[in-house]
Write a protein that binds this ligand. Structure first.
Ligand SMILES: [Zn+2]
Length: 242
């Protein structure tokens, strides 16, 4: 689902001759909205524009292959590559930039649960903003609810995580983005997130370091104040990791 034109979008004179990316960019700049690689811009993308972006990226990707001196007409392996890569970027691996957040239903904490809840491991599939190389890993989420917290279905954690990760990312920023969303939706007493991921730009290029796992964590609220709770979370997590 894409955002349809609404009154919340700033009125900008739009030139239909401009590429669709330029039209979307002019809306973003008019609204003074950041559009870094790991930002979601769905509110500025109108119906049908993801398809138009895909066509635009396909044409530019064909030029990249041309500049790499690859004979995309003669080489049957790369004839469709520009189209495949454009589709993969817009509708698969970077879809978290162009699609709105998955719908999440929150339930009041009627049972007044106040026990540590751990969700994970959830599979992380992303790409680094620096090289657009894959990042593959796992994330664990710890929630310490209170009577005012909202509860969300277990599968929603995975869907929100996938939405945040399906963008060119920086692992340290991804973990904070995920924490901010969960803090807002669940409103827990404490929130802990650990991401452990493998960065393929380290294997494939550069130092070719085979030990390229990176771990990041965010601890908030009671996880920050209570070392016992933090220890409990981390010990359960290491057991689950075995
Ligand atoms: Zn990289």
């Amino acid at each position: 689902m894409n955002a349809t034109p609404t009154t919340s979008l700033p009125r900008v004179e739009e030139d239909d001759d401009l590429p669709v990316s330029a039209r979307i960019r002019s809306r973003l700049t008019a609204a003074k909205q950041r559009y870094h690689a790991n930002d979601n811009i769905a509110a500025f993308v109108m119906d049908g524009e993801v398809d138009a972006l895909r066509n635009e990226v396909e044409a530019k990707m064909a030029e990249v292959l041309e500049s790499l001196v690859i004979d995309t007409e003669g080489d049957h392996n790369t004839q469709e590559t520009a189209r495949r890569v454009a589709r993969m970027f817009l509708t698969e691996v970077f879809k978290g930039r162009y699609q709105p957040m998955p719908a999440v239903t929150e339930f009041p904490n009627i049972e007044q649960l106040n026990e540590l809840l751990i969700v994970g491991p959830i599979t992380v599939r992303s790409a680094c903003s620096h090289h657009l190389c894959p990042i593959l890993g796992k994330v664990w989420i710890g929630i310490m609810p209170n009577e005012h917290s909202n509860l969300i279905g277990l599968s929603k954690y995975a869907r929100i995580c996938d939405w945040v990760m399906s963008r060119p990312q920086i692992q340290e920023e991804a973990v904070v983005q995920l924490a901010n969303i969960l803090q807002d939706k669940v409103k827990p007493d404490g929130l802990a997130i650990v991401i452990e991921a493998d960065h393929f730009c380290m294997h494939w290029r550069g130092v070719k370091d085979d030990d390229s796992r990176m771990t990041n964590s965010v601890m908030r609220g009671s996880f920050l104040k209570d070392p016992d709770l933090r220890r409990e979370f981390l010990s359960l997590l290491s057991k689950k990791n075995d």
